[in-house]
Design a protein around this ligand. Structure first.
Ligand code: 5GP
Ligand code: ZN
Length: 117
């Protein structure tokens, strides 16, 4: 599955590290952020280890499209789809990406701040 040893999100995807999973299928896993920044804060990842947005290529087109579809479904299930939400991916040092396994933050449940961070 192209998992990377020592990667916390690969471990969560494999069920080898604890998390509160809210959705999973063959290719995507979503779980609650351990340090939530909003009433709803879900992390959505592909099961395969892709380091960051910059590693996404044409071969991931279906996977990335599916991930956004899943984010939409989770937003509905969490009750935030109607009022709105943010789906963001931090990339690299300037983007303040901390975990080097591509992930999208689904944030909502309140009006989110205007500030970038
Ligand atoms: P980044 O800054 O890389 O975009 O965000 C990483 C996010 O993953 C942070 O919001 C952080 O709280 C969350 N996170 C890091 N380690 C874990 C973990 O072991 N479990 C869960 N559920 N979330 C984590
Ligand atoms: Zn990984």
């Amino acid at each position: 599955m192209n998992h990377r040893a020592g990667c916390i999100f690969c471990k969560i995807a494999d069920g080898k590290a604890p998390s509160e999973i809210v959705y999973q299928d063959d290719t995507i896993v979503a779980f609650r952020d351990i340090n939530p920044g909003a009433p709803v804060h879900v992390i959505i990842i592909p099961r395969i280890h892709i380091s960051s947005l910059t590693e996404v290529t044409t071969k991931h087109r279906e996977l990335m499209g599916h991930l956004i579809e899943v984010a939409n479904e989770i937003a509905k299930a969490e009750g935030i789809a109607e009022r709105g939400y943010r789906l963001i991916a931090n990339c690299g040092q300037d983007g303040r990406q901390v975990v080097p396994h591509i992930h999208f933050h689904l944030l909502g449940g309140q009006q989110l701040p205007n500030k970038l961070d």
